[in-house]
Design a protein around this ligand. Structure first.
Ligand code: ZN
Length: 492
């Protein structure tokens, strides 16, 4: 069997003005998809491994991935789409294609266009109108009519943070294989659950998500059901399709999927009031004040404060300054801390260039923040000592700087890469556990931080990943939506 594989993974935050372009993406073409695309954290790995082990001949197309950010450049998307389709067209000249299995995010938005996945699948369907097509999706996928019309089977991640990507890919591949081997069609039922949920209220280990995901797993054991998923939408993307949804795929007959999706949607809706932040949480000023007290009076260390409103891994700009402004207002207290306050960090390419030009050990005047998120960020002038430089870090080839201002240590990146990566601080010679107070531009703490945190405080700071959804001025989402429109509202 000849199967088309490939994928696109980007979570596009429409509140962030950055246009995500070619420099922000890692893209593999053709055979590179198979040789370089494997990572345990990607659903494409599970797809490729499962189909290869089943003896399929794979037609690799394009695999594109970037850190969540603002919407994707139209020109760049058109290029990867054209490459994708060109490879399918070439394969079709050599023989028939039996199926398609793709690794997609589901909330990739392109400037002037909207849903990238729906656009790509629509073009693919013009070439392959009848073959079975299955997709692995991120839990934060936004389901659009185009996606539903083009794909036969869907599997979403069941974990947040997402640690089951490979399994999800394998599951999507198994759906395809079963349909191909039996000759029976897949059917997918969709139910809109009129809610939006802040990312930090939906960890899968915590109620109510743990019970709801358990219900999906139980449903997958029922006769006829092959996959059951909750897709949460992406709260920081303002578009008409944004909502939570239940998607259930069945084999051979649509009725089991319809019935199951109805039940799962009702179960989710019934738990809507139970979604809550796991961590203690306050506004920026209060968070930093409580963190100082925890360190200085209660002798707790390390205390973590998440700058959750400006979390680059949720697509925020990474240069909002709400929390930094509070720190600068209290810089004398920072000086009284027993070890430097570590702030990881800022995406600020001009500041990195200034520090690189000055060199390690030099003192230089920079401004930090406010390049992109000018609504929630100002250019804060700082005289810093350049403590450490690390060039060409990670898959996205970022330059990193560790800069000191009085008793404040800040990591600054030349690229929009996020701060949850466990190897970023070590690359600068920093151990988070050596600092009494650590501020990170993250939402919930990644395991590398959570495992060492004496206390975790979430600042509901201002930025493009503002966790207080009720305060976001949505213009396009279809209303009513819970909780934006009150407790009883949501419609159906
Ligand atoms: Zn996600």
């Amino acid at each position: 069997m000849r199967i088309v594989v490939g994928g696109m993974n980007h979570e596009s935050n429409t509140l962030n003005p950055i246009i995500t372009g070619e420099d922000d993406f890692v893209v593999f073409y053709g055979d590179e998809v198979l040789s370089k695309g494997a990572s345990p954290y990607h659903s494409s790995t599970g797809i490729i491994k499962t189909l290869t082990e089943a003896g399929c001949f794979l037609v690799p197309t394009v695999l594109a991935r970037a850190v969540p950010n603002g919407v994707v450049s139209f020109a760049f998307y058109q290029r990867i789409k054209a490459e994708f389709l060109r490879r399918v067209d070439e394969a079709l000249k050599q023989g028939s294609i039996d199926g398609v299995c793709l690794a997609l995010h589901g909330s990739m938005k392109v400037e002037h266009l909207g849903c990238a996945e729906g656009d790509l699948l629509t073009a693919l369907r013009e070439r392959l109108p009848r073959v079975p097509l299955t997709v692995a999706l991120d839990m934060h996928a936004t389901i659009t009519p185009e996606l539903l019309a083009c794909a036969n089977g869907f599997v979403g991640y069941k974990t947040a943070p997402h640690v089951d990507c490979q399994e999800t890919g394998a599951h999507a591949a198994q759906l395809l294989l079963e349909s191909l081997k039996t000759g029976r069609p897949l059917y997918t039922a969709y139910r809109r659950i009129p809610m939006l949920i802040a990312g930090e209220k939906s960890e899968s280990e915590v109620e109510p998500m743990s019970s709801l995901i358990a219900a999906c797993r139980a449903a997958e054991q029922e006769p006829g059901i092959r996959a059951a998923s909750f897709l949460l939408g992406f709260p920081w993307a303002d578009n008409e399709h944004n909502t939570v949804s239940a998607l259930v795929t069945s084999l051979d007959a649509p009725e089991p999927a319809e019935q199951c999706a109805e039940q799962l949607a009702a179960a989710f809706w019934a738990r809507r009031k139970d979604f809550a932040f796991r961590a203690e949480h306050y506004d920026s000023a209060c968070s930093i004040k409580i963190a100082y007290e925890a360190v200085l009076e209660q002798k707790q260390a390390p205390v973590f404060v998440s700058d959750s409103g400006d979390n680059p891994t949720a697509g925020a700009a990474g240069d909002a300054t709400d929390l930094l402004e509070q720190i600068m207002l209290t810089i004398d207290t920072v000086d009284s801390l027993p070890t430097p306050l570590l702030y990881s960090g800022f995406y600020d390419a001009p500041a990195v260039v200034a520090c690189l030009n000055a060199g390690e050990g030099a003192t230089v005047d920079i401004t930090l923040g406010g390049n992109w998120d000018t609504l929630n960020g100002k250019k804060i002038p700082l005289r810093v000592e350049v403590k450490k430089i690390a060039r060409n870090y990670g898959a996205y080839h970022a330059d990193l700087v560790l800069a000191a201002h009085r008793n404040l240590l800040i990591t600054i990146t030349s690229k929009h890469i996020g701060f949850g990566d466990e190897s970023l601080l070590p690359a600068l010679g920093v151990k988070a556990e050596a600092h009494c107070l650590v501020v990170v531009k993250l939402g919930y703490l990644e395991p590398c931080f959570r495992n060492i945190a004496a206390r975790a405080i979430m600042a509901t700071s201002k930025g493009c990943s503002n966790e207080l959804l009720e305060t976001i001025a949505y213009k396009k989402v279809r209303r009513p939506l819970y909780p934006l429109d009150g407790e009883a509202n949501g419609g159906s």
